[in-house]
Design a protein around this ligand. Structure first.
Ligand SMILES: C[S@@+](CC[C@H](N)C(=O)[O-])C[C@H]1O[C@@H](n2cnc3c(N)ncnc32)[C@H](O)[C@@H]1O
Length: 346
């Protein structure tokens, strides 16, 4: 990180500085609150097609003046756009609230709240496990794909998000192990996309494990998915497994070597360990102040406060290799930003 300063810039007035850097952030915070309110009032749903203010007022039971003010702020914030005599969501917000959304909007917004709450106390509190149950559930739901979204399941069936090094190595009938399954968004999408697979999920938080089981039953895949409410370091598994997925960026330092030992013992020879990185660190090189770089550095700070050490691709490769895995590589899924370290059990 380059901390050297260049030539000193002209001092700004408080008003200039506020307009330049503080107002956009405060506006973004309020705009998100308004989006949450509009979502809760069913306004966003009604705005998927062009609708007049009068019809929006009728659909939501809100007064026309209130709807007009809200629409004006949503249009100024690029959430919505005027269309003839009506208003509709911009394409980006239509995608964020549409049938192929990665996570429900309410969960995504709550993830931001939990991150903000964590960053507001640099003592770190008691980690992810110490969050309130509601916050933990919301965060776990927002970081993994929505298994109730047919669009997401179809995309996964078509190979979306699959890193190059995994293609051709997934087979019918494989048994998958999900270490740190949370509410099991990812593995429940995989199980629906590939009906010959079965899986075991390991999750120590009882509320998340129970939600993972509830979702599996609701999706009709409970016969192919077992959830063990246990710590990955000490869990007893009925192996062997063909693939182990390790959500490593939730695992604090003290649990990492033991979890890798569990994965090693549970996999068959030739079985694959997949460990995703929190994000793609190369984004910072091309756009050091871009929103992807900001998202990644803020997420690193949040997970760091939860006691999880940050890992570069090279450091994670080394950690996996130190546990006995061979042919350890960094692999990217084209067009998705997914970067995964892959190791093979010899
Ligand atoms: C939120 S999930 C990640 C997403 C998950 N792969 C999915 O698709 O939903 C990560 C989980 O790892 C769990 N975790 C952290 N330390 C663990 C440990 N020692 N053993 C098992 N799970 C652990 C956390 O409780 C957290 O729920």
């Amino acid at each position: 990180m380059d901390m050297t300063s260049g030539d000193a810039a002209e001092p700004l007035s408080w008003f200039e500085a506020s307009e330049q850097v503080l107002d956009p952030l405060l506006n973004a915070r309020m705009l998100l609150a308004l989006v949450e309110g509009a979502d809760g009032a069913e306004l966003l749903r009604a705005m998927h097609s062009t609708t007049t203010v009068a019809d929006l007022a009728l659909a939501t039971g809100l007064g026309e003046d209130r709807v007009r003010d809200v629409c004006a702020a949503l249009i100024a914030g690029d959430v919505a756009e005027a269309d003839g005599s009506g208003v509709r969501l911009t394409p980006a917000w239509a995608a964020l609230t549409g049938p192929a959304a990665f996570a429900p909007l309410a969960s995504a917004l709550r993830l931001g709240d939990v991150g903000a709450q964590t960053l507001g106390d640099l003592s770190g509190g008691s980690g992810f496990a110490g969050l309130s149950s509601g916050d933990r559930l919301a965060y776990a739901s927002a970081v993994s794909p929505d298994p109730f979204s047919p669009g997401i399941v179809a995309a996964m069936r078509g190979g979306a998000g699959v890193p190059d090094a995994v293609r051709g190595r997934l087979h019918d009938g494989d048994r998958h192990l999900e270490l740190g399954c949370g509410v099991a968004g990812r593995i429940l999408c995989v199980l629906q996309a590939f009906p010959t697979l079965s899986a075991v999920g390991v999750e120590p938080a009882p509320d998340l494990a129970a939600e993972a089981e509830r979702r599996a039953a609701a999706l009709g895949v409970a016969d192919r998915f077992e959830v063990l409410c246990a710590d990955a370091v000490t869990v007893r598994l009925d192996g062997p497994f063909d693939v182990a997925f390790w959500s490593q960026f939730f695992f604090p330092a003290a649990s990492r070597a033991g979890t890798l030992a569990t994965a090693y013992q549970a996999l068959r020879p030739g079985g694959m360990l997949l460990a995703p990185l929190l994000g793609d660190p190369s984004v910072a090189e091309s756009d050091p102040h871009g929103s992807s770089t900001q998202s990644l550095s803020l997420a690193r700070a949040v997970h760091g406060l939860w006691g999880v050490p940050d890992r570069s691709p090279e450091a994670l490769v080394q950690e996996v290799a130190d546990s006995g895995f061979v042919d350890v590589v960094v692999s990217r899924a084209p067009d998705s930003g997914v970067v995964v370290v892959i190791g093979t059990r010899p």
